[in-house]
Design a protein around this ligand. Sequence first.
Ligand SMILES: [Zn+2]
Length: 351
Amino acid sequence: MSLLEKSEIIKKEFETDRAKAVSDAKPEAVEALRVSYLGRKGKVTALMEDLRNVSKEDRPAAGKAVNLIRQFIEGSIDELKSQARSWELAAIINREPLDVTLPVDEQKQVGSLHPVSIVRQQLIKVFRSLGFTVVDGPEIDFDFFNFSALNIPDHHPARDMQDTFYVDAPEKMLLRTHTSNIQIHTMLNERPPLRVIAPGRVFRCDNDMTHTPMFHQIEGFVVDENITFAHLKGTIDTFLKAIFGSTLKTRFRPSFFPFVEPGAEFDVECGVCKGKGCRTCKDTGWIEIGGCGMIHPNVFEAVGYDSSRYSGFAFGFGMDRIAMNRFALPDLRQLFEGDYEFLGHFPVHSN
Ligand SMILES: [Zn+2]
């Protein structure tokens, strides 16, 4: 058999084998095909070796034919190799079918809400349901809004009740010591009827187990005609029951704050001992929550309201204390250390 005839047969065999490899659609089949034709003991390799036995005069023609076969087979195999990649993909898809209706894997690391944020969101929800609007205001403020307008004039002993951070500024400025500055801003900008809450950060020079230099307060106030202490009691009672549970008792104790008259503090029955007395409530059966009272006529005077026509009440309390009670935290400072492990124990959503 001449080399040319042999070449033709090998080409035909290759075409049959290639068709088989394509129907197998496996990368291994392509590799096997390459080895059996172009490998060291492959059919094309043997054909090249046979060229040596061809007579000198026939060699150029035979060589050309063998080269054409080799190029054809090499080209075919390169083509098959690139096809093999899509076969591999198809194999993976068939092996692991995609079900687009499957639920997404749960996120391993998802953030959680800060306990104070949880409390703030719950408080806002309760007060909104009572018709209050939420306002914001400056954390760095003039002495006037934080003290003077709230019936705490210069040298008034009440200023000693709150250790203040003063800011070095041409006019007397400070980090607000309570959210009550919002009362003055709001009353100057708007007219009654007003029903407002103002949650925010406040600052005092204080740092121990139950005090931090920055903490969170929420201020609330109502101004309208014919507002009485009964409205104040009803509002405080409603929100305490919404936050701490409707079975716990609430109480008011007379107290003094310069910007209210009369003033009171309000407590909720200790949820741990249900009023019997325990360590949490220092054996009193009560948890102190905050202060409140009827807005002092001097405050109305400072903002230009007619105190013979309008009356109102105001209240304020620490949101951090509520978070401590809600989540049974022994140390207030835990709230501000940013410990990832500690914060990870709280829920992602507030409701
Ligand atoms: Zn107790």
